[in-house]
Design a protein around this ligand. Structure first.
Ligand code: SF4
Length: 235
């Protein structure tokens, strides 16, 4: 079985809990204006294909040093059959499995993936449907349903929103994510707020501005007031 992979990072401490091997799949079904890795959006070419056994061997080599693996992208869930096969192998190694996703795939229709996954890190780029469409080129109905579904089964590890000055209604998104997850916030669901940075972004959107620290702190306070126990502002 082949997976189309853009990069493997053997040891990462920023892709889920603990030290993990992060596998970045090639290809994405969104086209976000602020994407920092626009080269991972295209569906790539056969030179990027790796056999499942090759990926498994690489993870085995890392096994003494890692707590688990995280699949990311691009949008990894587009290659869900490969992920299911990979997660079966990593579970046999006693590793935890995390998925970093844009939430566009109906996870409630994939019980095998749900069973094998310990936690999801889900982007909610905008709760407003029109803004989401403008930003990503896709609708957000499935994303929002995934947020609620994954929280309801106790597997939503983290929600992430990229904050852009003036271009997006960041306050509305943070408030509405809080409202959407309200009844699940007794769980340790983390909200990560990420300030937009122009580095790596396509030139057409390079003029977008980063929010200032005060704006990030204001949104953090808003998320805490909504009931999130842990809110992180990245640098
Ligand atoms: S979902 Fe992620 S990888 Fe896909 S276009 Fe958006 S930012 Fe880029």
């Amino acid at each position: 079985m082949l997976g189309r992979i853009s990069q493997i990072i053997d040891s990462s401490v920023v892709d889920g809990p603990g030290n993990r091997t992060a596998i970045f799949f090639q290809g994405c079904n969104f086209n976000c204006h602020y994407c920092h890795n626009p080269e991972t959006i295209s569906h790539g070419n056969p030179k990027q294909d790796m056999e499942l056994s090759e990926v498994v061997e690489r993870i085995k080599r890392n096994r003494p040093f890692i707590k688990g693996i995280t699949v990311s992208g691009g949008e990894c869930s587009l290659q869900y059959a490969f992920i299911e096969a990979l997660f079966l192998e990593t579970k046999k190694m006693g590793l935890s499995n995390y998925i970093d996703t844009n939430g566009s795939l109906a996870f409630w229709e994939l019980p095998a993936i749900i069973e094998l996954t310990d936690g999801f890190m889900l982007d909610v780029k905008a709760t407003d449907a029109k803004s989401h469409m403008e930003l990503t080129g896709e609708d957000n109905a499935v994303v929002l349903k995934n947020a609620e579904f994954l929280a309801s089964i106790g597997k939503l590890h983290e929600v992430r929103t990229v904050v852009v000055k003036d271009e997006l209604n960041n306050q509305k998104t943070v408030e509405e994510v809080g409202d959407l997850l309200q009844e699940h916030l007794d769980q340790p669901i983390r909200y990560k707020l990420i300030p937009f940075r122009p580095h790596g972004v396509r030139t057409a959107y390079g003029h977008w501005q980063s929010p200032d620290l005060e704006e990030m702190e204001r949104l953090k306070d808003l998320a805490l007031a909504k009931g999130f126990k842990e809110v992180i502002v990245t640098s």
